[in-house]
Design a protein around this ligand. Structure first.
Ligand code: LRH
Ligand code: MN
Ligand code: MN
Length: 434
């Protein structure tokens, strides 16, 4: 039985106030879409089948390397993080899974965690390992690297941590392991580029060897930080080379914040999917670097263009009878907002980008491309992006038991204020990102 974290009456009451306006907007959008041969009901159905995973580490105020400002009532352990995930999912739909991060989410009883999570209607997305930080009690430090470390014993320790993540993931019912390492160098001459990559691959081969057949290993690249001169898995090129070297179960994960400014990320998405190596996403937004801001808050057009490639890849897979099932997940941290509200906004932005990509008239666009009618080909995308599809999103939420205005309903519920009284106030939390 699925338990509702926020009383369903609270959502119903909030929706009642907005229902007339919502229906008027919905009917107007339906009428506009009919003129371009789109049935709004198809869109709502597709939306209801769409989903994106929540980051457990994004349920708390992350802070920066300078300070963390804890939010009263934020979760203090993995059970409470999952509880907050269920609030996001209840209000916005579309987010029925959580991606855990170890050791941050360690607990004593994974069977209890699995059952509790299930009662809240939440499943488990990819498990993330963490060898970019030393763990209490571990023998060797990751200061100079982990899976690619110069010393065998440190590499072995990092391998064992990944294997432990696999074990936990199997207990929970996860089907993927995401590996991001901070290994690299801060100064030219510090490491030999080829040696470090060779050692990384050798280590990852051991982890890959233990991967169950129905699991995926997702390799996450990032240009820099914490290593400021060179990073071992710095871009999608190195990532795909490693995924190809490892085998079919290894794929690449694209975190939108992990590229140089102005890089054409949608094209990376197209390239990876063309070669069957697009394994997953960490959605977020950024202005400068790995800012981990809410999806769609800085560059919604880029998010739309990414989804345009995803929908295009989905359609190609349908035509060719192949499988295209990347894992969509969010990866964001919150310094000045309530994480639940930020995640609600991101869910809306991600689903919005998806719907806009769905309404692109692909046949017309292809014909314009063939005729080299540049402006009309471009406008095929642009007009879809400029459409206001909020009523379709709201309808999908309502049909899933969610809110027309998720943030308003969340505030009306008084959830966080209540948690501020019942959850232990802790300033330093496992799961705070530096
Ligand atoms: C690295 C990263 C990676 C980590 C997460 C906490 O910047 O994007 O996905 O696991 O942040
Ligand atoms: Mn990430
Ligand atoms: Mn990141």
């Amino acid at each position: 039985r699925k338990i509702a974290t926020i009383p369903q009456e609270v959502i119903a009451r909030a929706n009642a106030k907005l229902m007339d306006a919502h229906m008027a907007d919905y009917d107007a959008l339906a009428a506009r879409l009919v003129r371009v041969n789109i049935d709004i009901e198809d869109l709502v159905e597709k939306l209801m089948a769409f989903s994106v995973g929540l980051p457990s580490w994004g349920m708390v105020s992350g802070g920066t390397r300078y300070a963390r400002f804890p939010l009263p009532g934020e979760p203090t352990n993995v059970f409470e993080k999952v509880e907050d995930c269920s609030v996001v999912n209840q209000l916005a739909g579309l987010t029925p899974r959580v991606s855990l991060h170890f050791p941050w989410d360690k607990c004593d009883d994974y069977e209890a965690l699995r059952q509790y999570t299930q009662t809240l209607g939440i499943g488990f997305d990819a498990i993330n390992s963490n060898t970019f930080q030393d763990q209490t009690g571990q023998k060797r430090s990751y200061k100079f690297g982990s899976l690619s470390h110069s010393q065998e014993a440190t590499r072995q320790q990092a391998i064992e941590h990944n294997l432990e993540c696999l074990d936990i993931g199997k207990k929970l019912g996860s089907k993927a392991l995401t590996v991001w390492i901070g290994d690299g160098s801060n100064f030219p001459g510090q490491v030999e580029f080829t040696d470090t990559l060779e050692r990384y691959l050798e280590s990852l081969r051991t982890v890959y060897g233990q991967l169950p057949d129905d699991w995926r290993l997702l390799i996450e690249h990032k240009m820099y930080e914490p290593a400021f001169y060179s990073t071992v898995i710095q871009d999608w090129g190195t990532s795909i080379l490693c995924a190809q070297a490892l085998g079919d179960k290894a794929q690449c994960l694209v975190d939108l914040g992990h590229h140089a400014p102005n890089v054409n990320i949608e094209m990376i998405v197209a390239r990876l999917s063309q070669f069957g190596k697009l394994g997953g996403f960490h959605f977020n937004d950024s202005k400068y670097g790995d800012d981990d801001l809410d999806s769609g808050s800085i560059n919604p057009f880029q998010l739309f263009l990414v989804f345009n490639e995803l929908v295009s890849a989905e359609k190609r897979a349908e035509r060719t009878g192949t499988r295209f099932t990347p894992s969509y997940m969010m990866d964001q941290t919150h310094n000045v907002t309530d994480p639940i509200e930020s995640l609600l906004n991101s869910a809306r932005a991600i689903a919005g980008a998806y719907v806009k990509a769905l309404i692109v008239d692909r046949d017309a666009m292809r014909a314009y491309q063939e005729d080299n009618d540049v402006i009309m080909a471009h406008n095929s995308l642009r007009l879809a992006f400029e459409s206001d599809v909020r009523a379709a999103l709201a309808m999908a939420r309502v049909r899933m038991g969610g809110a027309i205005d998720p943030i308003a309903a969340y505030r009306e519920s008084g959830y966080r204020a209540h948690k501020a009284e019942t959850r232990k106030a802790r300033t330093e939390l496992a799961g705070g990102i530096v």
